[in-house]
Every structure is written in structure tokens, then in C-alpha cells.
Design a binder for this molecule. Structure first.
Ligand SMILES: Nc1nc2c(ncn2[C@@H]2O[C@H](COP(=O)(O)OP(=O)(O)OP(=O)(O)O)[C@@H](O)[C@H]2O)c(=O)[nH]1
Ligand code: SF4
Ligand SMILES: [Mg+2]
Length: 435
């Protein structure tokens, strides 16, 4: 499924007294049985580890510990094991329930604070008893994030996901590479940059500049051409490039001029992987097939200045989507921080590449869409899909391509496993797992 080594996964440890619902919460988060849940205190005897993809954080390792307050000989062993987990956790979840906060919880807070380990405190079992307002307020005063949940009713689980995303260390959130992991040292990428009236005067746009920098950082090199020059430029190369990246608006011409065996994609699709979640957005793109007359499509731009062209969101994407679906759709637009509350009223959200944002912000938006049950895609993916070159544009990302192909099968998309190996790798991992 996924190849991210354990050490490179965000390790999220669940701490708490016996029976507060650690295992139940973990199961609710992962929606599968990872740990045994039982009304008998002290059920989890050893830390249970589970590697998985946690939307929207990516590869994580969940560690479910037995209660630290265990007693007896076996208990002492458990306490020791739990302490070892404390030492290696990148992020901690301290689970508690109404009326049980005491020295034990304070001791854990102290341990975590001494290690500067980010923490979320969960008040579980809110279906059974109220935690009151005083304790959450005190913790908020100490800048500790709190969430109220009911693991049995599945309440507050999305909020917990958001909290984990908010407190996770930046190293685990920010993707280390735009395309440097796709083009190796000594290899070449060709970047296609149309210089038309929509291009900003005298400069390149951020995704283009960042791509060039990323290639240089990776000891790769690049050739930057306008779309009209692409074919001649390719003809003059002694060996084919490792990758061609184009502005999405020139997709068709670039697809026609690039030999079939050369992987090709767009800056916007690279941005989906770099700033968002490529798999989630590929899955969202599939919703284009389900669009029907009168459906509402939200086109969202993360900032108010889209330098790629004034009309891509307002004119071109609506036109391509309408042509592809043959349906009369209702398009609405949002810009900047404004993102509608009524997301559930839309059948699709088409988001810009969010090049000006950090990844955490974009992942939060993806999570909000998921919470509302609305599929989210991005500009480049939508354009590639509407123009009939989706598979081609996913060629550099084998896991995304595999996911898309399996989703083409008659079985429902939900049952398709979501491999995540297309996530850019960290430098250490890049050395360990050659591309
Ligand atoms: N009412 C209610 N019961 C819950 C909730 N979460 C868990 N429980 C119940 O509490 C009991 C203990 O849950 P576990 O998830 O096994 O607790 P744990 O913290 O993992 O326990 P240990 O592994 O023994 O430390 C079970 O009977 C669960 O069904 C909740 O949100 N509400
Ligand atoms: S953040 Fe979005 S709208 Fe702003 S320039 Fe980047 S892609 Fe365009
Ligand atoms: Mg347990």
C-alpha cells in the first residue's frame, strides 16, 4: 500500500487513563478496528501501532498506549512501555473524560511540555457526562488545544482531525518537493510557460519560479519554453526529458507536441500534490461525471490576484466543464479567505493551486469539504479531465493513476484503496527509496 518508512511518519500517541476511550477514539479516527475496545479497564496491554494515511495529514503512525495509571507488576511494565512512547511521539493526544482530571493528567502535560511535544487534549464520552467549561478554558489559557468527542457516537472526530492538523509540526505538513523528486540529479525537465497577454509583465509566476528552484536544489536542470517552441526544443534534445510541465491552459497543444512516452503534467497538478492532497483531489475530480443540470459548482481562488489569467476561473473552467458534461451548471466563485459556510450545497468545489498558501491552510479546506461531503478538485485536474487527457496528466504519479484506473471499475470509489506513494518524499527518504 504505502511505502513511507515508519520513522518518517508522523507518530501520534494516545495517552490517558484506563478506559477513557483511547482505543475507541483511534478506531473512530481510522474507521477500522486497530485496537480492542472493552469495558474492562486496562484492555490494551502493549502499545499498538498502526501505520496509515490519515486525511488530511498523510502518512502517520498511531500508537495506542495502555493507561499510564496502571498498577501491579504487569502494570509497571506497561507504564515503562508507555513512557518510551512519550519519548518518541511527534504529537500527543491526551484523552480524558468528565470528572477524572487530576495529578495524572497534569503529570503528562508536564512531560509533554518539557519535550515540547505538540498536544491535543480530548474530552471523551461527552454523550455520558459534561466536562464543564472551566477546565477547557484553563487549558485554552495555557494554549493547549482541546476537543470534545464521543467516540461511540462518532461526534467531534472531524474536529479532532482538524486539531491534529493544526498542531502537527510543520516538517510533517509541508511537502519537501514540488517536482525535484520526479526529476533526478542530472536529468532534465521542460517547463512550458505561455507568454500571452495574461502572463504578468516581466516576470514568471510563483509555481514556475519555485519549480525552477526545486530542480536546481535537486541537481536537475530545466529548459523553459513557450508552448509554440516546445516541439522544436524537444527535437533538438539528444535525449528526451524526464518530465514536461505545462501551464494547464496550454494542455492540449503540449500533449500533442510531447512524445507519448515522455511523462507530462501541469504546474497546477504539481501544486495539488505540493499544497494539497493529490489523491483526495483526484477522487474529487471523479465527481465531474456525476454533475447534472442545475448543480452548483464552487470555483475557489485562494487569493484575489490570479496572475495566470483573469478569466480562467470565471470563463475557461466553466466553459470546459459545461462542454464536457453537456449540462447547464451553476457556477459560483469565492476568493481569498472567504469560503462559504454552506459547502454541502455544492456538488463540486474546484480550487486553485493555492500557490500563495501554506499546505496546512489548503489541507484544512480539503478537510472542510470532506466534512461537508462535497468533492474537491483543483484547476489543473479539472482542465485535464474536461479535455480528456486526465490519465496522461497523471502519468508522473503512479499511485494517483492507479487510483483513478481502479475507480473506473464498476465497484464504488469508496471501496478503492487509497495508495499514497505519490506524496513527495523527504530528502532522507529520497536517498533510501530511489525514484
Ligand atoms: N459512553 C461512551 N462510552 C465510551 C466512549 N468511548 C469509549 N467508550 C466505552 O468505554 C470503554 C473503554 O473504551 P476503550 O476504548 O477500550 O478505552 P481505552 O482508553 O482504550 O482503555 P484501555 O486500553 O484499557 O486503557 C468501552 O466500553 C467503550 O465502549 C464514549 O465516547 N462514550
Ligand atoms: S493562490 Fe490560487 S488564485 Fe492566488 S495566484 Fe496562486 S493559484 Fe492563483
Ligand atoms: Mg485501549
Amino acid at each position: 500500500m504505502t511505502t513511507t518508512p515508519k520513522s518518517l511518519r508522523l507518530q501520534i500517541a494516545f495517552f490517558g487513563r484506563r478506559n477513557v476511550g483511547k482505543s475507541s477514539l483511534l478506531n473512530a479516527l481510522t474507521r477500522q478496528q486497530v485496537s480492542i475496545v472493552s469495558p474492562v479497564a486496562g484492555t490494551t496491554t502493549d502499545p499498538v501501532e498502526k501505520s496509515m494515511e490519515l486525511l488530511p495529514l498523510g502518512p502517520v503512525l498511531f500508537i495506542d498506549t495502555a493507561g499510564l495509571d496502571d498498577t501491579g507488576e504487569l502494570g509497571a511494565l506497561r507504564v515503562q512501555k508507555t513512557r518510551q512512547v512519550l519519548e518518541r511521539a511527534d504529537l500527543a493526544v491526551l484523552v480524558t473524560e468528565a470528572g477524572t482530571w487530576g495529578d495524572f493528567e497534569e503529570a503528562i502535560l508536564k512531560e509533554l511540555s518539557a519535550r515540547k511535544t505538540p498536544l491535543v487534549v480530548v474530552f471523551n464520552k461527552i454523550d455520558a457526562a459534561s466536562t464543564g467549561a472551566a477546565l477547557p478554558a484553563t487549558l485554552a489559557g495555557q494554549k493547549i488545544r482541546t476537543v470534545k468527542t464521543s467516540a461511540v457516537l462518532g461526534k467531534g472526530i472531524m474536529e479532532l482531525r482538524q486539531a491534529l492538523l493544526d498542531v502537527a509540526p510543520p516538517d510533517f505538513i509541508d511537502s519537501p518537493a514540488i517536482l525535484g523528486d520526479l526529476v533526478g540529479p542530472g536529468e532534465m525537465a521542460v517547463l512550458v510557460v505561455p507568454i500571452d497577454k495574461e502572463a504578468p509583465k516581466g516576470r514568471l509566476i510563483l509555481p514556475q519560479v519555485q519549480s525552477i528552484r526545486d530542480l536546481l536544489d535537486s541537481d536537475a536542470y530545466c529548459l523553459v519554453v513557450k508552448e509554440r517552441e516546445l516541439r522544436r526544443a524537444l527535437d533538438q534534445l539528444k535525449t528526451p526529458p524526464k518530465l514536461v510541465v505545462t501551464d494547464s491552459q496550454a494542455f492540449l497543444k503540449v500533449a500533442a507536441d510531447t512524445p507519448r512516452q515522455v511523462p507530462m503534467t501541469s504546474f497546477s497538478i504539481l501544486m495539488s500534490r505540493f499544497k494539497g492532497d493529490l489523491l483526495a483531489q483526484v477522487e474529487g475530480t471523479l465527481a465531474i461525471e456525476r454533475l447534472r443540470e442545475g448543480d452548483r459548482v464552487l470555483i475557489a481562488e485562494a487569493c484575489s490576484h490570479h496572475p495566470i489569467g483573469e478569466d480562467i476561473g470565471r470563463v475557461k473552467i466553466p466553459r470546459w466543464l459545461t462542454q464536457y458534461t453537456g449540462e447547464k451548471l451553476r457556477f459560483e466563485h469565492s476568493q481569498g479567505r472567504d469560503f462559504p459556510e454552506n459547502l454541502a450545497d455544492y456538488q463540486l468545489v474546484v480550487h486553485c493551486g493555492a500557490c500563495m498558501w501554506n499546505r496546512r491552510e489548503m489541507l484544512s479546506r480539503i478537510l472542510r469539504c470532506q466534512q461537508a461531503g462535497v468533492p474537491i478538485t483543483n484547476y489543473g485536474l479539472t482542465i485535464a479531465y474536461s479535455l480528456g487527457i486526465f490519465e496522461r496528466a497523471l502519468q508522473p504519479f503512479p499511485a494517483a493513476l492507479e487510483f483513478f484506473r481502479s475507480a473506473q471499475n464498476p465497484i464504488s470509489v469508496e471501496t478503492v484503496p487509497r495508495p499514497r506513494t505519490d506524496r513527495p518524499t523527504r530528502p532522507t527518504e529520497r536517498q533510501m527509496v530511489p525514484a
